[in-house]
Structures are given as C-alpha cells and as structure tokens.
Write a protein that binds this ligand. Structure first.
Ligand SMILES: C[S@@+](CC[C@H](N)C(=O)[O-])C[C@H]1O[C@@H](n2cnc3c(N)ncnc32)[C@H](O)[C@@H]1O
Length: 209
C-alpha cells in the first residue's frame, strides 16, 4: 500500500481550527487574505458566472465569489472541511472529491466560467500539478480562466533563503517555484503569469492557448 503524505484525515482534524490558523499572518499563511483577494480580482468575475473552487476547505475563497453573485460549485476530499464550508455557503453545490482522480463528481458535469483554488496545489509535485490543471481546464468554457493562490516562491533561491530564516517553523511541502512552474506550464500549452503577494504566497493566472 502506498503511504499517503497528506491524507484527508489530516484535514478533517484541522477543519475546526483552520479559520483561526489562517489569520496568524505567519508562515505559511503570510499574505493569505491578499492572495484570496488577488484571485478574485484576476478572475474578473461577474454575477451569475459559474465558479468552481477546488479544495475549497472551509469555503473562504468561495465565500468571496458568492458575495459577487456567482454560482458556486465546491469540492474537497475532507468531509469535515466541507461541513464547515456548507455552513457558510448554503446556496453552493458541494462534492466530496479527490482532485487527483480523473473521474468527475456527479452534478459537476458543467462548463465553468472560472476555476479557482487556494492553498491546495502545494500538496502535489509539479508533474501532478500540471496533470490536474490539464484535467481542470477541460472543464472551462472557451474564454474561461483558472486562477490559483498558493504557497509559492519566485525562485529556488528565494525558497532556500526563507527556509534558512524560518528554521524550525519551516515545513517541507511541494511549494511552487514560480520560474520553474511557469516554464513547465508553458511547455504544457498554457499561457500563465505569476503575481507574488508575500514572501511565501502568490497567485497564478492560467489560460489555455
Ligand atoms: C490549506 S487548505 C486550503 C483551503 C481553502 N482553499 C483555503 O484557501 O482556505 C487545503 C485544502 O485542500 C484539500 N485537499 C488537499 N488535498 C486534496 C485532494 N487531493 N483533493 C481534494 N482536496 C484536497 C484539503 O482537504 C483542504 O481543505
């Protein structure tokens, strides 16, 4: 049996305290609120647009699109995270779904105007990130946008400097390296840009050529 590095049960345990943790302002959540706001801005969303939030967690990003009058579809593989999100967003559609699966959840077989995500993709290596993004872009309308906020560093050197500076507060995960990731995204046929929002957070805006 393969060992699951980031199992859903870890997120189930985190669900109740998650909203408090993101407010710390410390690594890895330095810039969290700015990152979510940057996603909203880059999507240029309008009321009634169909927005899919993958790895919605407690629904903090989805909530911002609900406030704009968008229609929401939200997925996560942690049932207890989804329970928190449901309580904030009674009007949204939810599905318990692992992003790594090719199979798509029932009731989610529509084309989305926008697909968004925050603080999820650092659980996947670069190859897996690209594979998931390719799967997601197939669910977008032709002029759709995919916008992702996450823990990200401009370069390997910037990551190493932060690792040294943080010492024991550092956690090793599959953080985005913007230069390397943008090159890989472009090789995979995406048009992509990166906006840093703090020393450890940034937003990728991804379009299909
Ligand atoms: C750090 S939280 C981010 C939650 C929310 N998007 C936010 O910005 O606050 C990561 C979320 O991704 C979900 N997640 C992690 N791996 C996943 C996977 N393979 N499939 C679906 N959801 C996943 C976790 O359950 C958790 O809710």
């Amino acid at each position: 049996m393969t060992h699951e590095l980031y199992p859903a049960s870890d997120f189930d345990r985190w669900a109740v305290s998650y909203d408090q943790d993101v407010q710390s302002g410390d690594f890895p959540f330095a810039g969290y609120l700015q990152a979510l706001d940057t996603v909203v801005k880059l999507t240029e969303s309008a009321p009634a647009m169909r927005v899919l939030d993958v790895g919605t967690g407690t629904g903090n990003l989805a909530l911002k699109f609900a406030a704009l009058g968008c229609r929401l579809w939200c997925t996560d593989f942690s049932s207890l995270m989804l329970e928190q999100a449901r309580s904030k967003l009674p009007q949204a559609r939810f599905a318990l779904h692992d992003l790594r699966q090719e199979e798509w959840p029932e009731g989610f077989d529509v084309k989305f105007d926008r697909i968004v995500s925050a603080y999820v993709f650092h659980h996947f290596d670069l190859q897996e990130k690209i594979r998931i993004l390719q799967n997601l872009t197939r669910r977008l309308v032709s002029d759709g946008r995919l916008v992702i906020a996450d823990i990200a560093f401009p370069t390997r050197q910037a990551l190493e400097e932060t690792r040294q500076r943080l010492g024991d507060a550092w956690e090793e995960e599959e953080y985005w390296l913007a230069d390397q990731s943008l090159a890989a995204l472009r090789r995979a046929g995406f048009s992509a840009s990166f906006i840093p929002v703090s020393y450890c957070a940034g937003v990728f805006c991804i379009l299909q050529h």
